[in-house]
Design a protein around this ligand. Structure first.
Ligand code: ADP
Length: 213
């Protein structure tokens, strides 16, 4: 699993893991954005919560994960941004037991407040495929277009300074305590997420190679 503050780059790393290793990734945040764009009931129900930077209820998130595992689960997967609360972590434990799957690593991407602010301020995301880039790293001819699928690159509605403060408060109150939990289980690996995406990915790849060996 990949965990970290907003702007830690976990979504980008999750994409790179899938591309390089073919391991399926599930991200509740990405699923909820997609559901909202599609106008489904789940998307509409949760849109206000995510827009304000609150965490969505544990019941909804756990159900999303269970559904996803029923469809894609089996041999190896990555959770991006799950679990984020103690009840989600407890539920995951029984789910993994049921699937007879051990938890290899809880990767904790550590980022400074400066990194978070810079990344959130410049983040652009493809509305079609979810590819993430930044205003500064992408140079555009006329309008921002995804290099992978030609979809429109837009700013996320929750990438806003006051919403970010709220997301950080949620992270500190509800997600931070999970570090101690996974440290106790000896699966926590802290990785410096302030570096560029390739350097971070090299460290994560090393962990994946280790668990495959
Ligand atoms: P970020 O890491 O930048 O906050 P995500 O895409 O992971 O972005 O999440 C976006 C939003 O989706 C969160 O602010 C929250 O509202 C919701 N969300 C994502 N994952 C969870 C989760 N595990 N539990 C509760 N809410 C979640």
């Amino acid at each position: 699993m990949l965990l970290g503050a907003p702007g830690s780059g976990k979504g980008t790393q999750a994409e790179m893991i899938t591309r390089q290793f073919g391991i399926p990734v599930t991200s509740p945040g990405a699923i909820l954005r997609r559901e909202k764009d599609l106008g489904t009931q789940l998307g509409l129900e949760t849109a206000e919560t995510t827009r304000h930077g609150d965490l969505v209820s544990d019941e909804i998130i756990v159900e999303l994960i269970e559904d996803w595992l029923r469809l894609h689960g089996g041999h190896g997967f990555v959770f991006d941004g799950f679990p984020r609360t103690m009840p989600q972590a407890e539920s995951l434990e029984s789910t993994l037991e049921r699937h007879r799957t051990p938890l290899d690593w809880a990767v904790w991407l550590e980022v400074s407040p400066e990194t978070v602010n810079d990344r959130i301020a410049s983040r652009l995301q493809c509305q079609s495929c979810g590819f993430t880039t930044s205003v500064t790293s992408a140079t555009f001819a006329e309008r921002p277009i995804c290099p992978y699928c030609d979809g429109p690159l837009i700013r996320r509605t929750d990438d806003d300074v006051s919403v970010l403060q709220h997301r950080m408060a949620e992270f500190n109150a509800k997600t931070q305590p999970l570090a101690a939990l996974y440290e106790k289980k000896a699966v926590l690996r802290r990785i410096d997420g302030n570096r560029d995406r390739e350097a971070v990915f090299a460290d994560i790849s090393g962990l994946i190679d280790q668990s495959a060996a």
